[in-house]
Design a protein around this ligand. Sequence first.
Ligand code: 5BU
Length: 485
Amino acid sequence: MPALEERIKSLVIKLHEIDALKFGDYKMKVGINSPVYFDLRVIVSHPAVMRMLAELMWDFTKSDVECQHICGVPYTALPIASIISVTANIPMLIRRKETKDYGTRKLIEGKFNKGDKCIIIEDVVTSGSSILETYRDLCNEGLDVTETIVVVDREQGGLHNLAKYGVKMRSLCTLSKIMDVLCEAGRVDSSTVQRVKDYLASSQVNLKNYIDVGVKTEVSSNRRLTMNFVQRAAEAKSPLSSRLLHLMSKKRTNLCLSADETTVKEILNLATTLGPYICMLKIHSDIIEDFSPEFTEKLVDISNNNDFLIMEDRKFADIGHIASMQYSRGYHRISSWADLVTVHPIPGDGILDGLKSAILDIPNKPIRGCFLVVEMSSKGNLCSPEYIKGALKLVSAHEDFVSGIVCQSSTTVTLPGLIQLTPGVQLVAGGDKLGQQYNSPEHVMLSLGADVAVVGRGITKAKDPTQAAVEYRDRLWAAYEKRII
Ligand code: 5BU
């Protein structure tokens, strides 16, 4: 077989022949017009070229690699990775591009163990952002990504950007090399070569939207995600938000235990044993069979002794007049004991006015707050981007009362003084039989932007709930520390 160098030259000419490599004036994803364009998607129509490329990639890679898995960056690199996987007999992993609205929300398809070594295969690298996204998701699932192998490096900063995040990359060929090969073969003229050279000199892409957070994540320019809780407390408009931010920082926990039990005894028991590890205890008072005012008195005592807040996950959703009575009257008299409640914004502004008016009637005027539920964790929920946008508009008129937002995305909450509460958390991603969807502690903190993570059955149904609470607390806090700068 010819030397690697000769095979690379033949491949470049083939790619030019099948129009996988074109010259002209092309609009790029990163917003700069390019005189050269790679469209390696076309190789699926040329099986011989596809095989030639995949075999070459593997021969180029294999002498210097140790891995248990190969993962192709969606979509163009997937067929290349598949052929390498079959040729080299190395199991493949597939990273899903879309994470919402399907079964288990699994991001990585394929069987693997935490700590397994994996290499990423990509067709063309420009800024490196697609590779970083794949890298982030693989790392978040506990894989050890050793390096990335790409067909073409466009030499526009990708190598440097990836190196900044500790991601090693090797390329089969660079854009300059391709131009040399094509020029030597008489397939492009010297003016085209010059145009490409000029373009490369003036179009380096810097990834400003990525910050180094250990396990990498895209955080764009959202200050909330990189500030620490104490810094954010200074910007909080709701007294309870400020209190919770300070409490989390002092106690070094952002774990909210969802004690969804149906008896007073079980809940008080959980509150006592797990109180030291949590910042908040969340209950549903309407599922407690022996609820009584004495229960809430005891719960408030335990919360004071252990320094956590109590949230009643009531999800109010009626007109202000009724919501105010549901909050302060009836059997549960929620406003008298719950520091925080959850509220659906669906009725509009009036529900917040209603709830706030009810607090005025409580003796001693305790500090109270609420979390607006703008997006749910359950599969098929109806919280569209328009709904979320509209719901967030309610905050500004009620900044003193709205302590935070319940949602599932890092971009929803941008004000540093607001706290993002995210339910649907278990040690591994998955779901229950009734539509609940779970993400790992690292994923909710680093990719979904949670500040407080809600864990229910992951702790209460564990063999050893205390040990489970400690593990959740430690993993959530470690992820928070990686996120802040
Ligand atoms: P789990 O056992 O960790 O699935 O419990 C989750 C808790 O969070 C449970 O009390 C739900 O009512 C609550 N929850 C949720 O799961 N998803 C949501 O979108 C909202 C609340 Br809002």
